[in-house]
Design a protein around this ligand. Structure first.
Ligand code: T5A
Ligand code: NA
Length: 218
């Protein structure tokens, strides 16, 4: 197995975007490609619906449970914290971790509901800092035509449009705090293969030698 980078640690790569933009499809293909190329790679989905906290989030997203906006925001963040040590350990062990959503979704979705940034940002502070976040862009009107759109709580064009606006503010915040290179927009329009090759063009240099020696903090 070839080492994942010159420093020996794995890369932490995050995918973000609106609902149904194709994140899960692309994340699965990227993990497969990395493994075929001899890298150690692991998929980390957020929310991780398998934990006790994740089951509460799942019930909320399926509208089987109601929850105060602040409370559900903190549960999404807690769900990341319960996975944070394992992410750091894997990165240190040379495993590239690919996350399907992360803290940026937490901030964008909660602030789209009206919670202030001053409330939304602190709970995720000091989580592992992604080496790169790929923000997949797709017009909400295209995403809403995809299968199963509308099944879960936030899947309306009105909400997705508000979330897209908040993602713009989140991107500015990330660039201000951590530099321009850590947040990259990728068009998610076109075929699965077209999007995949756009993504690979951005990720190749990161997984093949482009990460700092230590994992930073959000
Ligand atoms: N949330 C999440 C918060 O509010 N706070 C938080 O902190 C976090 C982490 C669940 C919800 O929780 C919110 C955000 C979400 O509303 P989720 O489980 O990631 O988050 O749910 P979704 O993002 O909605 O995941 P989806 O599985 O619905 O969408 P994906 O992963 O973006 O899209 P994917 O790959 O499943 O594709 C959707 C469909 O499109 C097709 C696929 O085959 C599939 O049918 N498709 C394409 N079709 C045509 N062309 C392409 N290029 C295509 N790529 C995929
Ligand atoms: Na998904």
């Amino acid at each position: 197995i070839s080492s994942s980078s010159t420093s020996g640690r794995g890369a932490f790569i995050v995918f973000e975007g609106l609902d149904r933009c194709g994140k899960s499809t692309q994340v699965a293909r990227l993990v497969d490609k990395l493994e075929r190329d001899g890298h150690k790679a692991r998929l980390q989905k957020f929310p991780d619906r398998t934990t006790a906290i994740g089951k509460m989030i799942d019930a909320y997203l399926q509208s089987k449970a109601e929850m105060d906006d602040h409370a559900i925001h903190l549960l999404f963040a807690a769900n990341r914290w319960e996975c944070a040590a394992a992410i750091r350990r894997d990165l240190d062990d040379g495993v590239t971790v690919i996350a399907d959503r992360y803290a940026f979704s937490g901030i964008a979705f909660s602030s789209a509901k009206g919670l202030p940034f001053t409330f939304c940002l602190p709970p995720d502070t000091a989580l592992p800092l992604p080496d790169i976040t790929l923000y997949l862009t797709l017009p909400p009107s295209v995403a809403s035509q995809r299968s199963a759109f509308g099944v879960e709580r936030y899947e309306t064009v009105a909400i997705q449009t508000a979330v897209r606006e908040q993602f713009g503010l989140v991107a500015n915040e990330v660039k201000k705090r951590h530099g321009d290179g850590r947040w990259v927009e990728v068009s998610a329009e076109g075929s699965i293969e077209e999007v995949e090759s756009r993504i690979w063009g951005l990720v190749d240099s990161v997984v093949n030698g482009g990460v700092d020696g230590t994992v930073g903090e959000l």
